[in-house]
Design a protein around this ligand. Structure first.
Ligand SMILES: C[S@@+](CC[C@H](N)C(=O)[O-])C[C@H]1O[C@@H](n2cnc3c(N)ncnc32)[C@H](O)[C@@H]1O
Length: 467
């Protein structure tokens, strides 16, 4: 137990330490100024302070319900189990295809016996059958839904983007547009694709890595995206460098040429607040506190196992320090401390609610056509796209048990971006805070949950309640 020794940690000790050194104040300021301008959020400023590290401060007055920030993810992934329920763009997580394709694909997978394990869809009383008494739809009808031969009434009111396949020819990633397909390919997917166009040295090893992640913890897939992103960015920076400076002998140039480029490629990841995964992971309820040390060792072993599989799949010797266990642990720990749930509401739910709201005169006839599908989907007809993502600006927001902002998806938010809205008026100069936990819990339970983030909350409410 806990015997894993990562040779890369020892061999590249100095480089790993440099990659994990928190950025300096000027580096933070420079990076976030560029990001704030890109997000068009002139109302916000990331500022470091002595108490809580970085925080987000308001530069203007916001009213209650105002949109404060729409943040694009640095990296995000749909939960593996959710892929059965929701067919979404692998880059922006928008639903794709058509209402018919969404329904047909799900019924098809249901018929194959593939089912989601953590569906959290809810039946809100629009009259579908429960899962135990699902209606069965004939195979040819399901096929007609999937190949657009069958159109459901009023589905034209819920148009979805056409499906764009992966540039590398895998049957895993699909997109809402060519630009999303290209952006994903350039940023992450060219190295993680299992299709014929992949630049992974071994797609067989990739398959093993993904299988292990699906069977253990799909957070490893997100960590692989961060490593892939950094390698691909490093290669671009190197190509530009070579073009500028001429070709170098890259036999052993970690310090002079290669490593500064790797540090630059890693910059956006270096800005995220981090601790090692096995040091900060919350103890599951079924693990006794006396088994804490052993549990943390097991987590470390698991991460090492996953990293070895990833290394076989995408190793690049010029980026060797990225394959250290310490780096892998810190990347996953960064997700643990910063990530936001990725949620995109299902257009299939909107569709059936629309049918349910039709005037009585029309509804009966339409429902004769749509009800069998609703019954076949059962309780799960409304499952949203679910995953997890790291957002560079949102992740700088500190916690308060009386937050002035929250992550909230509005009706118009159809993709995976983070949407932060004001819960009450926020004044110029105030810090923007969100709650990391259910703030309705009693004081002790809140502090217990926040201990997993490594701090005790001293917000005005906590100070008052601890007395
Ligand atoms: C999502 S990050 C927030 C940004 C972070 N302050 C930074 O420097 O990047 C979460 C971490 O910030 C710190 N933090 C957030 N809210 C805090 C609070 N109310 N009191 C103390 N530390 C806090 C904790 O270390 C926590 O694990």
């Amino acid at each position: 137990m806990g015997t894993c020794i990562c040779p890369i940690d020892a061999q590249f000790f100095d480089q790993v330490a440099a990659l994990l050194t928190p950025p300096t104040l000027p580096q933070i300021q420079e990076y976030f100024e560029v990001l704030e301008a890109k997000r068009h959020c002139s109302g916000l400023k990331v500022k470091p302070d002595a108490k809580h590290g970085k925080g987000v401060h308001s530069e203007v007055n916001f009213q209650e319900d105002d949109l404060i920030l729409k943040d694009e993810m640095l990296v995000g992934a749909q939960h593996s189990s959710n892929k059965i329920d929701c067919f979404v763009c692998s880059f922006c997580f928008r639903f794709i295809g058509s209402i018919e394709l969404q329904i047909g694909r799900k019924l098809y997978l249901q018929e194959l016996g593939v089912s989601a394990v953590d569906g959290s869809g809810s039946s809100d009383g629009i009259g579908c059958n429960t899962s135990s008494e699902k209606t069965r739809i004939p195979q040819d009808t399901i096929q007609s839904l999937m190949n657009s031969n069958l159109q459901l009434p009023y589905s034209e009111n819920f148009p979805l983007p056409l499906v764009v396949p992966c540039l590398g020819g895998c049957k895993e990633a699909y997109y809402c547009s060519k630009s999303c397909a290209e952006a994903d390919w350039d940023s992450f997917h060219s190295l993680l694709c299992i299709g014929h166009g992949s630049s992974s040295p071994s797609t067989e090893a990739l398959l093993k890595f993904v299988k292990h992640a699906n069977e253990t913890n799909d957070i490893f897939i997100l960590a692989a995206k961060v490593i892939s992103f950094t390698i691909l960015r490093y290669r671009k920076l190197k190509a530009a460098h070579v073009q500028r400076e001429g070709k170098h002998d890259s036999s052993n140039q970690f310090d002079s040429c290669i490593f500064p480029l790797l540090l630059e490629a890693w910059k956006s990841v270096s800005m995220g607040f981090k601790r090692r995964w096995w040091d900060c992971i919350a103890l599951p309820e079924d693990v006794d506190s006396s088994e804490k040390v052993e549990f943390r060792m097991q987590i470390k072993d698991l991460a090492f196992e996953s990293l070895q599989l990833l290394k076989e799949a995408i190793y690049d010797k010029e980026c060797a320090p990225l394959f250290s266990l310490d780096i892998y642990g810190h990347i996953i720990g960064m997700f643990e401390l910063n990530n936001l749930d990725l949620v995109v509401a299902s257009p299939v739910e909107d569709y059936f609610l629309y049918i349910d709201d039709l005037p009585v005169s029309q509804k009966k006839e339409v429902e004769n056509l749509t009800k069998p599908f609703l019954d076949a989907l059962g309780d799960d007809y409304s499952i949203s796209c679910q995953g997890t993502a790291f957002f560079p600006l949102q992740s700088c927001m500190n916690h308060s048990c009386i937050p002035n902002a929250k992550a909230f998806k509005r009706e118009e938010d159809k993709d995976g971006q983070a949407t932060i809205v004001a819960l009450r008026p926020i004044f110029k100069g105030e810090e923007v805070t969100i709650s990391y936990i259910d703030e309705d819990l009693p004081y002790d339970e809140r502090q217990e949950l926040l201990a997993d983030y490594g701090f005790r909350c001293k917000c005005p409410r906590c100070i008052e309640e601890q007395l």
